[in-house]
Design a protein around this ligand. Structure first.
Ligand code: SAM
Length: 358
């Protein structure tokens, strides 16, 4: 049975599995999934003859919301303590692995791993493993050579790994699928990391200046205490922060922030701005309608907003919000790009991005 390993936030296995089942069906690949509760891992089994890489090349990871990363599974590999590298070499040779496909190997751990010894081992193991695989001709000779794929080794314990490969340009851009962002001591809240990750995920790296630079104007709805506003100010923007709660005084002292005490759902700017961001905890469809209203009225060009998902039917709620947004933007006659993702720093919410393209 051909399988794809899906990686998601622990607790969201059913959503990731449902999403891939639907998306795969939309490109003519049928299958089913086996979630292991709270593992952050889902095996998606393909029912037909398609190979995992065929399915993965018909879909873009960037279009999936709950699947944060994925790789094609080659199989489960026991790792005997006396020669783990040898076991991986043998495993790949048994499968006639083509050593020209990958230049590098990545060793990753399940997000739920709490075993520090295994964490230390995974880091130390990288060098001898890479050397062993390269020496055996199972990786390209030059680690920096352009390659179609990357070998993936998911260590589920000292004695067991799931081995597979991911495809260049269609996998998480972060090492191990986890963006390692550092929270600055001056950030007013941890939420600041969410907006930073959203930009990293949604904005092309070489165009950050176009999106964020040049002294843009922004509105932050539900801004207090100011983590998102702080990120916008750090990009040189002038920000209107709408919230009845208090903003961090140091941030207000920057002179870049106007604090408006009002209801974020009702308040509108007198003039259009570049960015509207919204982190209000409320019903997701209400926030989705708000975003459509701002875009339809051309009150902003870009928006990042959170949809706080309910405990049950989280996937269905996202589908309902997506339909509402797509229909709303179409009714307004706008050409927009909508992206959404369950970010690493998101919990019971997903983050959406819309940009007007004309
Ligand atoms: C999750 S916090 C926002 C955190 C903020 N993004 C940060 O980075 O510090 C949600 C905020 O939404 C505000 N809020 C809730 N309902 C609101 C509404 N209808 N209008 C404006 N703000 C609202 C709350 O006062 C709270 O400060």
């Amino acid at each position: 049975m051909q399988q794809v390993m899906l990686i998601c936030r622990p607790g969201f296995e059913a959503e990731a599995g449902q999403e891939l089942t639907d998306q795969a069906a939309s490109v003519g690949v049928f299958g089913y999934f086996q979630p292991v509760r709270n593992s952050g891992l889902v095996r998606f089994s393909i029912a037909g003859d398609e190979k995992p890489e065929e399915l993965m090349s018909r879909l873009a990871l960037g279009d999936l919301v709950f699947v944060r990363d994925w790789f094609a599974i080659l199989g489960d590999c026991p790792l005997p303590a006396q020669d783990r590298v040898g076991a991986v070499v043998e495993f790949l040779r048994d499968r006639n692995w083509d050593g020209t496909l990958c230049a590098r190997v990545e060793v990753r751990l399940p997000e739920t791993n709490a075993d520090r010894d295994l964490g230390n081992f995974s880091k130390k193991w990288m060098a001898p493993l890479s050397k062993g695989l390269r020496g055996a001709g199972l990786l390209k000779a030059d680690a920096n050579a352009v390659s179609r794929g990357r070998l993936e080794i998911l260590l589920t314990g000292f004695e067991q790994a799931i081995i597979g490969f991911s495809l260049a340009g269609n996998r998480s851009p972060f090492v191990g699928g986890v963006p390692r962002l550092r929270l600055s001591a001056s950030a007013p809240s941890r939420s600041a990391l969410k907006l930073e990750e959203a930009w990293k995920v949604f904005l092309p790296r070489d165009r950050w200046l176009d999106y964020l630079g040049g002294g843009k104007k922004a509105v932050d709805l539900g801004a207090a205490p100011g983590g998102w506003t702080w990120q916008l100010v750090n990009q040189g923007m002038m920000v209107t922060a709408v919230d009845n709660g208090p903003m961090q005084p140091e941030l207000m002292a920057s002179g870049h922030v106007e604090h408006v005490e009002a209801d974020g759902y009702a308040w509108r700017p007198k003039r259009a701005v570049d960015w509207m961001v919204c982190d209000i905890v409320d019903k997701p469809r209400r926030t989705a309608r708000l975003a459509v209203d701002w875009m339809a009225g051309k009150r902003c060009r870009y928006t990042v907003f959170n949809l706080k998902l309910p405990m049950k039917k989280r996937y269905e709620e996202w589908l309902a919000c997506r339909e509402l947004i797509i229909e709303g933007l179409a009714e307004a006659g706008l050409n927009c790009r909508l992206s959404a993702r369950h970010l690493y720093h998101d919990r019971e919410e997903i983050t959406c991005f819309i940009e007007r393209l004309d």
